[in-house]
Write a protein that binds this ligand. Structure first.
Ligand SMILES: CC(C)(COP(=O)(O)OP(=O)(O)OC[C@H]1O[C@@H](n2cnc3c(N)ncnc32)[C@H](O)[C@@H]1OP(=O)(O)O)[C@@H](O)C(=O)NCCC(=O)NCCS
Length: 295
């Protein structure tokens, strides 16, 4: 039952492992409701998956996790990822009965206070969600990119032409850091290192020179990709498609119009639109960059 905002006393506090189940349920229910409204697939297919995510985030010392409580019950949560100089936010979610009462705003302000002094804050927003885009914009976030979630496999078979696509190794992390810095102005080395240990990252090499990499091109939420040129990125996509048994999935900024058009001719499908928003320092990519669900 919805509560009147006048009677509500909202407390914002750090999340603890005891909050994992409540946060998992709220993430699932709130995102599922938005997806149903717009007839888009939900990013969290079950409570089990969203609870696993809540557990990972709340137990991660490099994620600042907070909850909102009303009358002793958790009704919302939000997360600030502090692993990189660029901070990223999300997922923020408020239980459906408690939405539109200013709780999301309070959870965002707390996270923004915590991120004071960082290089910048970023988030990826589901474009169709007019409430969240209104909230983030009014808080000072700017729209920086339009993205599409793209899934599928390229039709074109991989042809070497002097370029190798192969799994990333730990010794490649340094060069990934360098290319990420050159293209994006920040690095994601810890994430690339983790991807080598726990996921399936790939890179394209021209001779010994790394020209493009992806951290996990079959899992868009944790994947980011960097390349110097459009051709390098296309080669990486074709090579990775050739080596992966799973379909590829990634967030493609529509600014890369030639890659976008090429993806359509290669048989990829568009799933839904997203928006990259940022506050603080923002450097325009000097090359090709596909963000993860964080930034
Ligand atoms: C998005 C979400 C976190 C926002 O939390 P909330 O507690 O409902 O939001 P708040 O009440 O704090 O703030 C919403 C703001 O949007 C404004 N808003 C809502 N609809 C609007 C519209 N159509 N046009 C302009 N502004 C609008 C409200 O007026 C309010 O601003 P105000 O504080 O100046 O009045 C919450 O709705 C939610 O959990 N949604 C489902 C999960 C989700 O989508 N998460 C974000 C993914 S990007």
């Amino acid at each position: 039952m919805a509560k009147s905002s006048k009677k509500m006393k909202v407390q914002i506090r750090p999340a603890t492992p005891a909050d994992v189940e409540a946060c998992g349920r709220i993430i699932f229910e709130s995102f599922n409701e938005v997806s149903k409204q717009h007839n888009f697939p939900c990013d969290f297919p079950s409570v089990k998956i969203s609870t696993q995510l809540a557990g990972l985030l709340i137990n991660d010392s490099l994620v600042f996790s907070i909850v909102a409580e009303v009358d002793g019950s958790v009704v919302g949560c939000n997360f600030l990822h502090e692993r990189h100089p660029i901070r990223s936010v999300g997922p923020i979610s408020i239980a459906p009965d408690f939405q539109s009462r200013g709780i999301g705003r309070r959870l965002m302000i707390k996270i923004m206070d915590r991120a004071q002094g960082s290089l910048g804050i970023r988030l990826i927003q589901e474009t169709q969600n007019i409430v969240s885009i209104a909230l983030y914009t009014s808080l000072g976030f700017d729209i920086k990119d339009s993205l599409f979630l793209i899934k599928g496999k390229p039709k074109t078979p991989f042809q070497k032409n002097g370029i190798d696509v192969r799994p990333l190794a730990l010794e490649d992390v340094k060069i990934c850091t360098k290319i990420c810095l050159e293209v994006c102005g920040f690095e994601r080395s810890q994430e690339v290192e983790n991807a080598v240990k726990y996921s399936s990252p790939f890179a394209a090499f021209h001779g010994n020179r790394l020209i493009a990499y992806s951290s996990s091109m079959t899992m868009w939420m944790t994947n980011h990709c960097v390349a110097k040129t459009e051709e390098d990125m296309k080669t990486l996509i074709v090579g990775t498609g050739n080596l992966s048994s799973e379909p590829l999935s990634f967030l493609l900024p529509v600014r890369h119009v030639n890659i976008f058009r090429w993806c359509m001719t290669e048989g990829f499908r568009i799933y839904k639109p997203f928006t990259l928003m940022a506050m603080g320092k923002y450097i325009e990519p000097n090359g090709i960059y596909f963000p993860s669900a964080n930034f």
